[in-house]
Write a protein that binds this ligand. Sequence first.
Ligand code: ZN
Length: 662
Amino acid sequence: SSIYIMKSLWSDVESDKFKDDLALRVYTSRLLGQDPSLVLHGGGNTSVKITETNLVGSKEDILYVKGSGWDLVSIEKDGFSPVRMAHILNLSKLKSLSDPQMVNELKTQLTNATSPTPSVETILHAILPFKYVDHTHADAVVTISNTVNGEERIREIYGNRVVIVPYVMPGFDLAKEVGRLFSEMASEETEGMVLLNHGIFSFGNTARESYERMIGLVNAAEQYLVSQNAWDNEKPLIDVKSKKIRGDVSELRQKISLVAGNPVLLNLTNSLSGISFSKRDDVEKIATRGPLTPDHVIRTKRIPMIGRDVEKYVKDYVSYFDIHKTNAKEKKTMLDPAPRVILDREFGLCAVGKNMSEIGIISDIYEHTIESILRAEKLGGFQALPASDIFDIEYWDLEQAKLLRNNNFLEFQGEVVLITGAASGIGKSCVQSFLNRGAAVVGIDIDSSIETNYKHNNYLGLICDVTDEEAVEELLEKSVCHFGGLDMIVLNAGIFPEGRQVSELSTIEWNKVFSINLNSNLNLLREVYPLLKVAPNKGRVVVIGSKNVLAPGPGAAAYSASKAALNQLMRVLSMEWSSDGIRLNALHPNGVFDTNIWTDEVLISRAEHYGLTVENYKTNNLLGVEVNSTDVSELAAELCSSLFSKTTAAQIPIDGGNERVI
Ligand code: ZN
């Protein structure tokens, strides 16, 4: 069987590169961070106590503890906040200390004013009488702890190796409780502490000792799961979707966005274990008991939505809020009641978020949750903390403040745009302009570089021939399953054939130009209509037209006529789709020379043709300015923004001013 048992990653060669106590703290923190079954996305924290001489020559004990905003996997020395020990130890003797007071005290005791905010578990780290302290939310430990006889099992596994601490919300009260239990229970044999329903601590006098104790303790929990036949979960079934689901997915996303109060992305993770789990007959029973560790709730909400009944989920969430806010110390305002995790028989495990980084975190957390729930079920049943404890974390001011800090709002956050011809020129530039505004971007092109042009979480590049109707359908299915829907489309793909007089123009060439520049767009627009109709902020279409629509030139009949027809299509649709709130607008660029068509040779030959230098040729317009693809893409993005929310069927030249257009 594929039994994975945790082992130490310590390497003498590697650790030699980390010279001092803090550097070694960095080294073993990263070792912990490397294993997602120990530490997932910013969870867990570590510390080291170091005696230093300050500027005025006095010796001080300093606690270097993980600062907020840092992830153990990539932490640096700067990620540890240096806090004066003496003051923290005095604080720990107080009877009570509120969260805001505690945060204030910790910040004012930093020896470096530019350090990040110290962890809310700082006092706890300080009172443990060991140089190094490591804390994780190890899957195996929280799995066992989250069962009906969790505490007994933990005792059975560890004996005197750990002090067991019943659940208390992180912060001052937890530190007090740990201090009390530690002084009562700790012995020579103590290597760590298990915080029930939360995680595990280890400690030691060297970085290696503390780290290897963590590995040893977690290893013991894993061995226990193996011995109880609770380690290997059933192999998930392979699932093949035969039905088209993009319509259903985008309608679900619309409903969730309405509840969330802003557009959100919805990702079908396609995880096989997620699909198998969602199809279980008892999924509702076992998946709605609560999170693995309270640390997850801020990302995932207390429970996932089972199926697609958004109204019911919201109703339940509102009553959960109403019941528990009455017990809360401070007045709380309800967070948006939208689900973050969905388990649906057909869609499998889905994650909801404002961007794909957030969605990645949510789906990782839930994948681990599924494994743990299944294992806990084999140990007599998964049992999470009561909803009231989860509520306290979900509505914890400190956690919410953290989320607010990370929330710099972008205009197209949670929205999706499809851009055709996106591998180069104006299309490629559009990808960047929309990414900059927070949109998720589907870039399509016949050129295979489309897949790798951008390394961005919010980008999906797909090879597609826009004239191939089947390929377009497949592409829409894929994009909607990835991002949840479609809000905007930029019709940019097109060809500009060699100059030819009409007397020489074959029907074949004419048809080819029309099939790419016009017919493919008709197909695309017809197919995206049902998606744009359910866009939470209303659908938007930008047509990249051409100066030739308004001022055609000799030798460009097929091109000019196809672009003019596309323009007319845009105008008709602006009337047909107005009742759905869908806006369509066109840009007519001219002389955009930083694209693939305009090689140096072509530029030189065109300039010579007009008796101009290349420089003058490029700025041969009324304003005497050069028009770049970025100018066009920025305007294309703005056309989709709220600035133009009351404009449809507009045609805007972007050509530096052209007398024939005027
Ligand atoms: Zn923790």
